[in-house]
Write a protein that binds this ligand. Structure first.
Ligand SMILES: C[S@@+](CC[C@H](N)C(=O)[O-])C[C@H]1O[C@@H](n2cnc3c(N)ncnc32)[C@H](O)[C@@H]1O
Length: 392
C-alpha cells in the first residue's frame, strides 16, 4: 500500500492508480511555455494511460487546446478488467452516450479525440471531445496505441509506476518528445541512467518539496506536515522530459573550494574540508550548493543535483552504482557494524561510494575490511566541470 514515501511498495504491489492534480500539470506545462511559448503549437499530443472522462491531463489539454495552439489531442484509457484495481462505475457521460455498450464498457479501452469545433460554438475546447471504444483494452503496448504514439509529436502522462522502465523504452524507441511523471529512484536503473547521462532525458520542474499529492483510491496513511487529506503523498516523484526549459540553461552560482570551506554554510565541510572516495576517483561533494567552482576533476554529488543540472556547466560522467562499473576498487567480504554494535558479514559496501574513516562513527553503520574502517554514502552522480569549448 502506498504511503508517505512508499512508491517502491506501490510498485512492488503494482498499485498504479494515482491521478495527477490539475495544478501540478498546469505548473509543469507553464515552465516549458515560459521558455518557448510555441512548445505545443501545431503539435499532436497523446495522453496514454489516462482516464479521459475525469483525468486532469485530458481536462487541462482540452481546456487549453487553443491557447497551446494544438493541432490534435488524443487521450486513451485502460479497460477496468485489465487493471488490478477494478472498482469502477461507468460515468453518466458514457452511459448517456448513444455509443454506450454494456459488453464493451469493462473490457475495452477508450479513445477521446479533440481536433475541431464539434458543437460549433466558435471555439475548440473540452465540450468538443469525441470518443469511441478502442478495439483492445488500451494497453500502451498494444498495436493500436503504438500506432497512435507514432502519430503523436508529444506524449504526456503519469504512466503506471509498475511499468515505468517499459513505458520509457516505449517512448524513446519512437523518438518522440515527452513529459511524464516518475520516481527519482528510477534514475539509477540500467535503462534510465544512460538517457540522463547523455542528455536524452532530464528532469522537469518537479513537485514542490520533492513530493507529489495524487488523487487515489488507495488507503491514505500519510503523516507528513504538508500532507493533503484524501490524497496519497508520494515523496521523490518528479517529471522526466526531453522538452527544453529555462532552468536547464541557468548555471548554478558556486564558490571556490577555499571559499566554501571558509564561508560556506555546511559545518562538516568547514570542519573537515572535502574528501575523496576510497573506491571512486572522485571528490565527495555532499551538498549541491557546495560544488566547488574551481575543481577540475570528477565530483560525486547527491542525486537531487539533477534538479539543478545545467548541461552547459557540468557533464555527467557516471553514477556510483556497481552495475555501471566505474569503481576503482572492489572490497572483499566486509563486516557490517550496526548502530547497536551487532555485526554481520556482508558484501554491500561495493554498491555505492565509500569513505575511509579513522575512528568508529557515532550512531552510524560502518564496515570493517581487515583492520580498515569505512562508511558508505548514498548513491552519487559523478560530474565534471565543462569548459566553454565543450558547451553544447
Ligand atoms: C499512475 S496512473 C495515472 C493516470 C492518469 N494518467 C493521471 O495521472 O491522472 C496510471 C494509469 O495507467 C493504467 N495502466 C496500468 N497498466 C497499463 C497499461 N499496460 N497500459 C495502459 N495503461 C495502464 C493504470 O490502471 C492507471 O490508471
Amino acid at each position: 500500500m502506498a504511503n508517505n514515501s512508499n512508491l517502491g511498495a506501490a510498485k512492488a504491489a503494482k498499485n498504479d492508480e494515482f491521478y495527477t492534480q490539475y495544478a501540478d500539470i498546469q505548473k509543469e506545462v507553464n515552465a516549458y511555455l515560459e521558455y518557448n511559448p510555441d512548445t505545443f503549437r501545431d503539435k499532436t499530443v497523446l495522453l496514454p494511460c489516462d482516464d479521459p472522462e475525469w483525468s486532469n491531463f485530458t481536462r487541462f489539454f482540452a481546456q487549453n487546446f487553443e491557447r497551446l495552439g494544438l493541432k490534435r489531442l488524443i487521450s486513451t484509457s485502460y479497460a477496468v478488467e485489465s487493471k488490478k484495481y477494478k472498482d469502477y462505475e461507468p460515468t453518466l457521460f458514457e452511459t448517456e452516450s448513444p455509443l454506450f455498450d454494456m459488453d464493451k464498457t469493462r473490457i475495452k479501452g477508450k479513445i477521446f479525440e479533440l481536433t475541431r469545433d464539434t458543437n460549433q460554438n466558435g471555439r475548440i475546447d473540452i465540450d468538443d471531445l469525441e470518443w469511441h471504444y478502442l478495439e483492445g483494452d488500451g494497453d500502451f503496448r498494444s498495436p493500436e496505441v503504438c500506432a497512435l504514439r507514432d502519430q503523436a509529436d508529444i506524449i504526456v502522462t503519469n504512466p503506471p509506476f509498475s511499468l515505468f522502465r517499459e513505458f520509457v523504452a516505449w517512448i524513446i524507441n519512437s523518438n518522440k518528445q515527452f513529459l511524464i511523471i516518475g520516481h527519482q529512484g528510477s534514475i539509477g536503473y540500467n535503462e534510465i541512467f544512460p538517457l540522463i547521462q547523455f542528455n536524452k532525458m532530464w528532469l522537469g520542474m518537479g513537485f514542490a518539496g520533492g513530493a507529489g499529492h495524487f488523487i487515489s483510491p488507495y488507503e491514505d496513511h500519510a503523516v507528513a506536515g504538508n500532507h493533503k487529506k484524501g490524497m496519497i503523498r508520494v515523496s521523490g516523484v518528479t517529471w522526466f522530459t526531453n522538452i527544453d526549459h529555462g532552468r536547464r540553461h541557468q548555471p548554478m552560482i558556486l564558490m571556490s573550494m577555499k571559499d566554501n570551506i571558509r564561508y560556506g554554510k555546511h559545518k562538516d565541510l568547514k570542519e573537515s574540508g572535502y574528501r575523496t572516495y576510497d573506491n571512486y576517483d572522485a571528490l565527495e561533494v555532499p551538498y549541491s550548493d557546495a560544488i566547488p567552482s574551481d575543481y577540475e576533476g570528477v565530483m560525486g554529488v547527491p542525486i537531487t543535483y539533477l534538479d539543478k543540472y545545467c548541461p552547459d556547466q557540468f557533464e555527467i560522467v557516471g553514477i556510483t552504482k556497481t552495475k555501471f562499473k566505474l569503481a576503482s576498487k572492489i572490497y572483499p567480504e566486509q563486516i557490517q557494524i550496526n548502530k547497536d554494535g551487532t555485526k554481520q558479514r556482508v558484501t554491500k559496501l561495493n554498491d555505492g561510494p565509500v569513505l575511509k574513516i579513522n575512528n568508529p562513527p557515532a550512531n552510524q553503520v560502518y564496515y570493517m575490511v581487515g583492520n580498515e574502517m569505512y562508511i558508505q554514502l548514498y548513491t552519487r552522480i559523478l560530474i565534471r566541470k565543462k569548459h566553454n569549448d565543450q558547451a553544447e
